[in-house]
Design a protein around this ligand. Structure first.
Ligand SMILES: O=c1ccn([C@@H]2O[C@H](COP(=O)(O)O)[C@@H](O)[C@H]2O)c(=O)[nH]1
Length: 247
């Protein structure tokens, strides 16, 4: 079965909120406090702590799911992980582009196989170009990558596109160039988004939500500016108001 269609109309539906908590109970608290959020991210902390049950719970609530486990391994292992992830019926799954062309291609094929066996839509596989916590200095001096950061992110996006992936995870700062080069249909899922009234924390390549959409982001991933606030629903509503879409 082909990949599940993703919403494209409302900006509010294109904000993905991460459930970056260690227990299902804490995840349920966030779900209850943010009933207007339609798209949730399950990442390493919650999945490793509690397993796949949270995915069933989210589906029971008709939520869209971004499974952000950022696979990075040899092709055979990546394919095995993506075959398994394909069976969950989630919307988005992440891999690292630096796993390389063979691993990325094997992952796409395997995710579709897994979905076919389970009788569900295949997930869109999207590749992390360069983590949004990495800045140009770290890329050059620690990771020893000789390309300029925007060019490196673009090369990773092109590799993902050539390998058959649906899109990338990228900083909103690189979204426009990736859209212009890879096409509007190639997804740009952007973490590292910070309203002007919040702290950057460990994010190094940030834009505000409005600037991120203007720059060409398909989806925004916004965590702590919402979930770490005393009133997460008010923070989500404020972000939606600032996008002029209401909450
Ligand atoms: O490059 C990346 C890839 C993934 N993330 C994830 O997005 C959220 C961001 O949360 P904030 O609290 O808004 O910083 C988090 O779950 C990361 O794992 C990313 O930040 N950068």
């Amino acid at each position: 079965m082909s990949a599940v269609p993703l919403p494209s109309s409302s900006l509010k539906e294109r904000i993905i909120v991460p459930l970056d908590v260690p227990t299902v109970e804490e995840a349920i608290v966030l779900l209850d406090r943010l009933p207007d959020v339609t798209f949730w991210k399950v990442g390493l902390e919650l999945f490793v702590s509690t397993g796949a049950g949270i995915l069933t719970l989210l589906k029971q609530q008709d939520k869209r799911i971004f499974l952000d486990l950022k696979f990075h391994d040899i092709p055979n292992t990546m394919a095995g992980a993506c075959r398994a992830a394909g069976r969950y019926g989630v919307d988005l799954v992440t891999l690292h582009a630096t796993a390389g062309r063979d691993a990325l291609m094997a992952s796409v094929e395997a995710a579709h196989q897994g979905a076919a066996v389970a009788g569900c839509h295949a997930p869109h596989l999207i590749a992390v170009t360069l983590l949004t916590s990495i800045d140009a200095r770290t890329l050059a001096f620690d990771l020893k990558v000789p390309l300029e950061l925007p060019d490196y992110a673009l090369q990773m996006a092109l590799l993902a596109k050539e390998s058959g992936l649906s899109g990338v995870v990228c900083s909103p700062k690189e979204a426009q160039e990736i859209r212009d080069t890879c096409g509007a249909d190639f997804l740009r899922v952007c973490p590292g988004v910070r309203p002007a009234w919040t702290q950057a924390g460990d994010q190094r390549r940030s834009l505000t939500p409005a600037a991120a959409f203007q720059a060409g982001a398909s989806f925004l991933v916004i965590g702590r500016p919402i979930t770490a606030q005393p009133d997460p629903a008010a923070a989500f509503a404020r972000i939606c108001d600032e996008l002029d879409v209401g909450s």
